[in-house]
Design a protein around this ligand. Structure first.
Ligand code: PHE
Length: 351
């Protein structure tokens, strides 16, 4: 046949019929192929690839259209009709698969993006004040409302401010290494807030009314003593100040803190920096006993002098109290160490 390409006996009708047969067979076999390929496309991206393969411009079906060009006039419409029917069938199968996959993807997206509005929200953990800070704040508010001014001093103090200026001589037992934490070259961790008495007088002069709250340090540690604890200090200096003023001020303070019906008792005591010295007790109804809450007294003339204040013209009173002890009494805390362990289960109770 190759030697006789133009032989009319070998041409069109016989070969064309065979071509038509082959073409129709190929067209027919395309539908199950497409069906399998569509079933294998499990997402929309793969489905698009299948569409291009079967229905696109360079697809199998467009290939059949090209092959149709070689058919006779009579055969063309026959093949065309069949091709169109199969194309329609494959297009329908594609649409059906597309709908399926789109529905599946939407469903998956809904599951993925669903929000359970019944779930509890994320909580922000809020901090709260430490019980000692709470008491310090209350005490400060009471005294500032009476006209006292808030002052502060360093925690590393010179021996002069901590002891000498407060009339505590070299042989005073508090200066012993046993009680005091020495740093270097005449410095100590302040053992009380009283050095701020001297600092305030030197800074502000007389008359004055100041308070200080802050950390103090002593070489001591058990259920009722911590090497670091907190004190509040008060000092008032003016002309003609007497024990009556001291008693009135401290009674007012204790009523504000413990309530109007608080029972207060003044008791003689001794501090080198006050003369006379007075300890103040408050009646504890639960324990049926007096409870010591603060030390106080009339400022010693030597102390006024060391603060640059003329003791001939001015007198004053001073007082100091332990804020940790006050917090323990106020909140019923049995062991001082609880205040310094930073256990959140304990601290959160003061929120
Ligand atoms: N500084 C004394 C102490 O630490 C307390 C105090 C202060 C006493 C002021 C009298 C006047 O115990």
């Amino acid at each position: 046949m190759s030697e006789l390409p133009n032989d009319p006996s070998n041409s069109a009708p016989v070969e064309a019929t065979q071509e038509l047969t082959e073409l129709l067979a190929d067209i027919a076999s395309t539908v199950p192929l497409a069906r399998t390929a569509l079933a294998g496309a499990t997402d929309l991206k793969r489905l698009e690839e299948v569409r291009v393969e079967f229905l696109g411009k360079k697809s199998k079906l467009s290939d059949f259209s090209t092959r149709m060009g070689a058919l006779s006039k009579e055969e063309k419409p026959v093949a065309g009709k069949i091709l169109n029917a199969r194309k329609g069938e494959i297009t329908a199968l594609f649409k059906q698969r597309q709908d399926e996959l789109e529905a599946r993807e939407l469903e998956q997206r809904l599951v993925r993006e669903s929000v359970d509005i019944t779930l509890p929200g994320l909580r922000t953990i809020r901090g709260n004040r430490h019980p000692v800070a709470l008491v310090a704040q209350q005490v400060t508010e009471i005294f500032t409302s009476m006209g006292f001014r808030l002052e502060s001093g360093p925690e590393i103090e010179t021996e002069w401010f901590n002891f000498d200026a407060l009339n505590m001589t070299d042989d005073h037992p508090a200066r012993d290494m046993q009680d005091t934490l020495y740093t270097e070259r005449g410095h100590v961790l302040r053992t009380h807030t009283s050095p701020t008495q001297i600092r305030s007088m030197l800074k502000l002069g007389a008359p004055l009314a100041v308070i200080t709250t802050g950390r103090v340090y002593r070489n001591d540690s058990d259920a009722t003593h911590s090497p670091m604890f907190h004190q509040m200090e008060g000092l008032l200096v003016d002309e003609n100040i007497s024990v009556g003023h001291l008693k009135g001020t401290l009674t007012t303070f204790l009523k504000a803190l413990f309530g109007e019906n608080v029972k207060v008792r003044l008791r003689p005591s001794f501090f080198p920096f006050t003369e006379p010295s007075i300890e103040v007790d408050v009646w504890n109804e639960q324990r049926k006993g007096w409870m010591e809450v603060l030390g106080s007294g009339m400022v010693h003339p030597n102390v006024l002098r060391n603060g640059g204040v003329d003791p001939e013209k001015y007198t004053g009173f001073a007082f100091g109290l332990g804020l940790d002890r006050l917090a323990m009494v106020k909140y019923g805390i049995p062991d001082l160490r609880l205040l310094f362990e930073n256990d959140l289960r304990f601290l959160r109770q003061f929120a």
